[in-house]
Design a protein around this ligand. Structure first.
Ligand code: NAP
Length: 408
């Protein structure tokens, strides 16, 4: 059992609970802050971080009375310092400042940085035994069992924020794991669910980020459009619930109302439902083991009408297949998959490659990076770096004009 609910008795019961948000200016960060502001007696803020959005970070830090604010990009340090001058809020910049933010004595750290950049600060929070509320799935995907080892060593508590995993966690009987036949993650199918492969060749970043049911950051929106997001989530679920790939199912459910379900050996299926609003799973982790009120639209099933389900199409969305193969392959494959995907997604967003090139870049990188085991976190960082370099070599525009789309 990796989702560590065993510590529920020791989770600091006093209020207010002290919270740090890594990635406070993003979509998850802002939803978290919305909940903190609505429940001011329950929570207080230790530290906040951003990549470059100094203006919003400074505003949040002042509004919440944070003790520390950090930007990842050193170029923004002076601006942050100036924006917080005279407030008594300490400021920092660069990767070490993100780690410093995670060291502040928050009871709960919301890990909401996007991508592998969030790994080190998230591990820092884990190492001091905090409750780690994990939105940053890439950190767990790229470091896998080494990440879990750090959690186990320190006795930290790992709680899933991702709506599907949060849903399954709420339905998962950790005391009778042998009675669980499988878990199922739902996927909206993204904006191109009904598009033919050929029609996806020329889609633009604007079309790809326009998610039909969820409002999210750009990278996860593109991942949802390719279904790589679901692939990353299968790997995340494998680590969180300690189940093999065969016991982790994916079903496309365009309404995004059923978030996940657990099938038991007697045929019972326990599902978690809710409106597609991340404040519901975020509220659950913030107040865990209690519950925190959230102002999310209440589910009206009669109004929702039909709920539909269909199998994912791995031919049109090969990213899901690639993620499963990486999981089954083991070793460093998931690290390579994640790194190559990050490079390819940003290349697509910058208009350097076509939409179908994202999965093609990941596949070619997986073929090019030698298989190997991850013995230490240094291995993770090495493989991540190598995979990024190799993927960047593949994720380049074609020399021949007029060949947008699958160029690889
Ligand atoms: N959004 C959702 O509904 C949702 C649902 C489930 C899981 N998640 C996961 O949660 C994580 C965050 O997603 P999001 O949608 O909130 O992303 P987002 O809106 O893009 O926000 C990302 C946050 O990370 C910061 N950041 C970006 N690059 C960074 C870097 N290199 N170093 C340090 N900080 C960096 C950003 O700062 P700036 O604002 O300064 O750029 C921002 O605060 C992702 O792993 C995603 O997969 C999101």
């Amino acid at each position: 059992m990796a989702v560590n609910t065993a510590n529920s008795a020791t989770a600091r019961a006093e209020r207010p609970r002290r919270v740090t948000i890594l990635g406070s200016t993003g979509s998850i960060g802002q939803s978290t802050i919305d909940l903190l502001r609505r429940n001011p007696d329950e929570f207080m803020v230790e530290a906040l971080t951003a990549n470059r959005n100094v203006a919003l970070l400074a505003e949040q830090a002042k509004m919440l009375g944070a003790r520390y604010a950090a930007v990842a990009d050193p170029a923004d340090y002076a601006a942050l310092k100036e924006a917080l001058a005279g407030t008594g809020i300490a400021v920092g910049c660069g990767p070490s400042a993100l780690v410093e933010a995670a060291e502040y004595p928050a009871d709960l750290v919301m890990a909401a940085i996007v991508g592998a950049a969030g790994l080190e600060p998230t591990l820092t929070a884990a190492r001091r035994g905090a409750i780690v509320a994990l939105a940053n799935k890439e950190a767990l995907v790229c470091a896998g069992s080494l990440f879990l080892r750090e959690i186990a060593k320190s006795g930290a508590t790992l709680l899933p924020v991702d709506s599907e995993h949060n849903a399954i966690w709420q339905c998962f009987d950790f005391t009778r794991v042998e009675a669980i036949e499988k878990i199922t993650l739902t996927a909206s199918g993204g904006p191109f669910r009904e598009r033919a492969l050929d029609e996806m060749r020329d889609v633009t970043p604007e079309q790809a980020v326009a998610h039909p049911t969820w409002r999210m950051g750009a990278k996860i929106s593109i991942d949802s459009a390719t279904l790589m997001n679901k692939g990353l989530e299968v790997i995340e679920a494998h680590h969180l619930f300690q189940l093999p790939s065969e016991q982790i199912d994916v079903v496309v459910h365009p309404q995004s109302i059923v978030h996940g379900f657990v099938t038991y050996c007697d045929g019972s299926v326990l599902a978690h439902l809710g409106s597609p609003d991340m404040r519901t799973p975020i509220a659950y982790v913030l107040g865990w083991p209690g519950r925190t009120p959230a102002p999310t639209p209440r589910l009206d099933l009669a109004k929702a009408g039909r709920l539909t389900f269909e199998p994912p199409d791995e031919r049109r969305f090969p990213a899901l297949r690639l993620a499963r193969e990486a999981l089954n392959q083991g070793g460093c494959s998931a690290t390579v998959l994640n790194a190559a995907n990050e490079i390819a997604v940003y290349a697509f967003m910058e208009g350097r490659i076509g939409f179908l090139d994202i999965a093609a870049t990941v596949e070619r990188t997986l073929e090019a990076v030698p298989a190997g085991n991850l013995e230490s976190l240094d291995d993770v960082y090495d493989v991540d770096r190598t995979a990024r370099e190799i993927a960047a070599g593949f994720a380049v525009p074609r020399v021949v004009a007029g060949t947008a789309g699958s160029t690889l």
